[in-house]
Design a protein around this ligand. Structure first.
Ligand code: SF4
Length: 462
């Protein structure tokens, strides 16, 4: 590599190239997008290979032990194949076994390590080890920045950090307390994404319902109008921009009730708040929820779900759960299964409890043995599979709007309003038989549903 790297005191004559490895959740992905946008703004190029890069940035995840291993392996690979590595992301904030920094302990030859959401610090490290290109204007950045998602959908991160302290989670210790982005900043980014052709906006954060709590729902100005830094107000703004707006990581607080009626409205622009809520309930038993220190744990979730569905019959509810949390008895797990049957959620993920280094839940008594944790996940998923199968079967014969993600020889792979990318199901569309029924990636088409299983749907363009 030394032959292509100029001495630090000399400016580059051709644009220096940075390799980028992005691991982790959508929140980490938006951090990667910000760093890539800044690199591009300053005239750096990106390299698709380790060998072609002058330096590599690895954005890590530290959420569970498997993610830690994957991140440490990725750093090792980048060091072997390139040698000049800057590490950022959640794992960068994690302490090693004897204090100090975990990554510096395992891989002492990395050039620099930062925590998550640290574009400025990452850029400082890049400047130090790979000087800025001679002409910072050689490559102008589009208004919507650099995105790692397909052109037709984008994640919009509205805040960083979290004020809760769930006992199984170490995110607050890595990302800090809630910091909401100013409302005008959020809406401006969304406007730029709409101009760039985005059809679906996925609103993400650690707790979307808490947006603005840290700034006491301060009033900001959007295009000269006063708008509060508050979830409902933000969502109302986003819905006017002509895109589908999908809400992730919403907690069942009473304030969420206000958003539900908005899901029944379609704007003249074609924009709408999708009738979809991603609510990570995690459990149903009050004692376990208290041990987990979950937000809104005392809310009457079944009543709330019922009221939401009454106000918006089309509503899809997705959730995640943990089985085998320390101390969970068979009766408490059964209560979770009963909740599942009662709640009739549309999309559900379930994870066996996995101790995360540094999480306070690890100190709780009566850990559940691994084989029982796994067995409970299997029982949970069997119950949910039968619920999903029945709920999806009810869609056969209906016409639903779908956003096309992919077109291939077999037809199209799309998603309905009930399906978020990566985590939910797909709608497989037959090839168009008539020219006016043709579709391409990014189109929103009406599909008549002809078949279903426990996860996906099949249909033809209506
Ligand atoms: S709400 Fe709980 S699980 Fe989610 S980031 Fe905050 S502390 Fe972690």
């Amino acid at each position: 590599m030394s032959s292509v790297v100029a001495p630090p005191s000399q400016p580059y004559l051709s644009a220096p190239k940075v390799g980028f490895v992005s691991l982790g959740c959508p929140k980490a992905l938006t951090d990667s997008e910000q760093i890539l946008t800044q690199l591009r703004a300053e005239g750096y190029e990106t390299s698709p290979s380790y060998e072609g890069a002058d330096l590599v940035i690895v954005n890590t995840c530290g959420f569970i032990d498997d993610a830690v291993r994957e991140s440490l392996d990725a750093i090792g690979e980048a060091l072997n194949k390139n040698g000049k590595v800057i590490v950022t992301g959640c794992l960068g904030a994690k302490a090693g076994p004897t204090g100090g920094n975990l990554i510096e302990h395992v891989h002492p030859s990395v050039l620099a390590v930062t925590g998550p959401h640290a574009t400025t610090e990452v850029m400082q490290a890049v400047h130090e080890h790979l000087p800025k290109p001679h002409d910072p204007f050689i490559d102008l950045v589009p208004d919507h920045g650099i995105r790692l998602t397909p052109k037709h959908y984008a994640y919009l991160k509205i805040s960083e950090g979290c004020n809760h302290r769930c006992t199984f989670c170490i995110i607050p210790s890595m990302r800090g307390d809630l910091v909401s982005r100013p409302i005008h900043d959020v809406v401006r980014e969304a406007e730029n994404l709409a101009k760039a052709g985005v059809k679906e906006l996925l609103v993400i954060s650690q707790d979307t319902s808490a947006y603005g709590v840290d700034v006491k729902y301060r009033t900001g100005f959007v295009n000269g109008r006063a708008v509060r830094t508050r979830m409902t107000d933000m969502v109302r703004e986003l819905a006017t921009l002509g895109m589908w707006v999908r809400l992730h990581y919403v907690y069942p607080y009473p304030s969420v009730d206000e958003v539900i009626p908005l899901m029944n409205e379609t704007h003249a622009s074609g924009g709408r708040v999708l009738p979809y809520l991603d609510v990570p309930f995690q459990h149903a038993n009050q004692r376990i929820l208290k041990l987990m220190k979950r937000p809104a744990s005392s809310e009457r979730n079944l009543d709330r779900i019922r009221a939401w569905r009454e106000a918006c019959p089309e509503l899809t509810i997705r959730s995640t759960f943990i089985a085998g949390f320390p101390g969970e008895t068979e009766e408490e797990f059964q209560e979770l299964l009963d909740f599942l049957v009662e709640a009739q959620l549309d999309r559900v993920g379930c994870f066996a409890y996995s101790p995360v280094e540094g999480a306070t839940a690890n100190e709780l008594p009566d850990p559940v043995p691994e084989d029982i944790r796994n067995e409970r996940v299997a029982r949970f998923m069997a119950v949910q599979e039968s619920i999903s199968r029945k709920r999806l079967a009810k869609k056969v014969g209906k016409v639903v709007k779908c956003l096309v993600d992919e077109v291939n020889a077999d037809g199209g792979i799309a998603r309905s309003m009930a399906d978020a990318p990566e985590i939910d199901g797909s709608v497989f569309i037959s090839p168009a038989e008539k020219p006016w029924k043709r579709y391409k990636v990014g189109d929103i088409v009406s599909v008549r549903i002809t078949g279903s299983d426990s996860h996906d749907l099949w249909g033809d363009v209506a």
